[in-house]
Structure formats: C-alpha cells, structure tokens
Design a binder for this molecule. Structure first.
Ligand code: 5AD
Length: 349
C-alpha cells in the first residue's frame, strides 16, 4: 500500500468504506493467523522511571508512590498466568534504573525455570549489554513503541536524558531483531501535534521493520502531565491534527494487519478504556488477535498510573479472565494455546 492509499484510508469518514477496511483486515487475520486469540499475562514490574515524557503519568516528576515487585511476586504472577492457561507473560515497567541487568536476568530465568512461559520485555531504552544479557537469560521478545514517526515530535514529547544523545528507537529495534528477539513496536494515536502523514509513515515503518508485534492505542490525556495544557499549541502546528478516538485507532490497527499480515496485534487497554468492552471487541474484529489481561497485584496496579483509569479495575483476575474467555467464544474465536510467537517469526527462523 502506498502513502496515498494509506492517507485515503486514514482520512475517510465514510462508514461504508471503513466497514470495508475493517472486514478486509479481519479477513487477512483469519487467513494468516486463524481464529486463535492469544492471552498474555501482563506484569507491571515497576512504576519507577528516570524519564520525563510529556504524556506519561509515570514520568519522574509525578508525585507517585513508587514500587518494584520482588522476584517472588513476579514468579507468583507468572504462576498465575500458567494456571489460567496463558503461554506468555509480558514484563513491563517504566525506565527504572533499579531494574538492573542482573535483577531482570534473575526474573527471566526464574520465570522460565519455574513456568516455561514465553517472556516478553517492555522496559524502555536500555543498553545493548542489558538487552543481550536478558536475551541470554531466555527472554523471547522485546517491545518498544516508537510512539510517532516524526522525530521532532518524538523528541519534544520524549526528551532525551540530560547530557545524552537521543536514542533512535527504530535503529534499536533492528538491533533487538539481530539479537534474536521477536520485536514489537507501535504508536499512540491522537498525540498533540500528530498528523495523518505521521500515521501513514508509522504504518510504513511497521512494514519496513517487519514487526512481530504491533501495539496501537489512543493517547489518553493525563491531568498530572504537561501534555494536556500543550495540546492546543501543538495541534496548531500540525496541519491536520489527528483525534485520539476509537475510529482512528481502529483504522491504524486494521492497516497494521494489512501491512504486517503475520504479526501479533493486541487489542490494547487504552482502546478498551476509551471505547469500552465493545471497542476491545471491535479491534479483535478489525485485525487484532491478542489481549493482555493484567496480572499485577492490585495494590501495585493502582500505582501504575500511565494514564487515568489504567489500574482502576477492582475486578479479580479470575473474573476478568472468565469474562474475556466468554467474549472470545461469543466472537466465534478460540483461546490460543502455547507461547504463540508471531507467524512472521516462525517463518523467518
Ligand atoms: N495515553 C495512552 N498511552 C500512553 N502511553 C504512555 N502514556 C500514555 C497516555 N497518556 C503508552 C506509550 C508507551 C506505553 C507503555 O504506554 O505508548 O509506549
């Protein structure tokens, strides 16, 4: 698909054409990856962060009680994932220097040793030595969104560490691929200052990187961050400000499926927050094939305050899991079994 075609899909408000796009993505999903919806157990390791991203509630300036899960807590969450039949755990955290090379390697080895589950890491921009050590410890996948394809906007919203060169996330993803990781990336939709051209270029980058996983969710304004107050000013700079709504997010999910037909694509929590359960289901019928139920202990989860509402659910893990499995059955789909690597990865190796 060329830039013009991508832009045409992204700009259209025509309900009929949109239904066509979503049906096409659903068809490609069915043909390529089949009916399985993989469940990944999300474990939010730490809400500590050394960065100052303008959109994120975990930024270092946030007055937030900070936590870091112990090895036993992490292994406990992984055992729960295993008991629920999941094949993968996703270890996510802020960019917390207290999550050391040794510490994370220990978590990964313990999970692999005691559960055998596949391990996905999403721990931000880390040194090549850290990433190598974790790969050697047994981590299977690494996830790092590039957030926007526009380097100037990215630098504005995601300031580099003081006295450090900015990290080129796209280049780092290529390094992760060389290390043998399955790689995931993605963007937020509707960031202040984001244009349709940025979304189109982002979709092209998904294809160029040949991503194994593509995560896309709407930007959710967090009142404790600077970005909501800057939104009007940044939107004025963007020729055509993209809105952070369900329809635009679903378009990007569908386009991601068309350009990365063999990738794993989650229906994200941010989308479910913006568009409810129905929104989550619509993504699963527009190209997505993964859901990531949160297994973080409730007290910690409340503190993983990336955006408002993120850790709000009071429902027990078992109830959320049962609901989800029921919804999957109602869609006429099945719960995926095994580690569920991307088909792209399986064909590449
Ligand atoms: N709204 C939506 N998504 C957000 N993220 C961070 N802050 C927000 C926000 N305010 C997303 C980023 C990051 C992922 C962990 O969470 O895309 O990569």
């Amino acid at each position: 698909m060329n830039r013009g075609e991508l832009l045409a899909w992204l700009r259209t408000g025509d309900e009929g054409r949109l239904a066509q796009l979503f049906a096409m993505a659903d068809g490609v999903r069915r043909l390529q990856v089949g009916p399985a919806i993989h469940l990944r157990g999300l474990i939010e390791l730490s809400n500590g962060c050394r960065r100052s991203c303008l959109y994120c509630g975990l930024r270092r300036e946030s007055a937030l009680d900070r936590y870091r899960l112990s090895r036993d807590e992490v292994v406990g969450c992984a055992r729960r994932a295993l008991a629920l039949g999941y094949g993968t755990v996703v270890l996510q955290a802020g960019e917390d220097p207290g999550l050391t090379r040794r510490g994370v390697s220990d978590y990964v080895r313990a999970i692999k040793g005691e559960t055998g589950l596949a391990v996905t890491l999403g721990l931000g921009e880390r040194s090549v030595d850290d990433l190598w050590a974790w790969r050697r410890a047994g981590a299977d996948r690494y996830f790092m969104r590039f957030e926007t394809s526009d380097p100037a906007l990215f630098a504005r919203l995601h300031p580099p560490l003081p006295r450090r060169e900015p990290v080129d996330r796209v280049a780092l993803l290529a390094v992760l691929r060389e290390m043998g990781y399955e790689i995931g990336s993605g963007i937020m939709v509707g960031l202040p200052g984001q244009t349709f051209a940025d979304l189109a270029r982002s979709v092209e980058l998904f294809a160029e990187l040949d991503l194994d996983m593509v995560g896309v969710g709407p930007w959710i304004p967090h009142p404790g961050t600077p970005l909501p107050d800057l939104a009007a000013e940044l939107a004025a700079v963007a020729a055509e400000q993209v809105t952070a709504d369900e329809a635009t997010t679903l378009k990007v999910v569908a386009l991601a499926r068309l350009v990365c037909p063999r990738a794993n694509i989650p229906s994200t929590t941010a989308l479910a927050l913006t568009a409810g359960t129905q929104g989550r289901l619509r993504a699963l019928e527009s190209g997505a094939n993964v859901v990531m139920p949160n297994l973080t202990p409730a007290t910690n989860r409340r503190l993983y305050d990336i955006y408002p509402g993120k850790g709000a659910t009071e429902a027990a893990v078992e109830d959320v899991d049962a609901d989800l499995k029921q919804q999957i059955a109602r869609l006429g789909r099945v719960v995926g079994s095994g580690p569920g690597p991307s088909l792209a990865f399986r064909m590449r190796t």
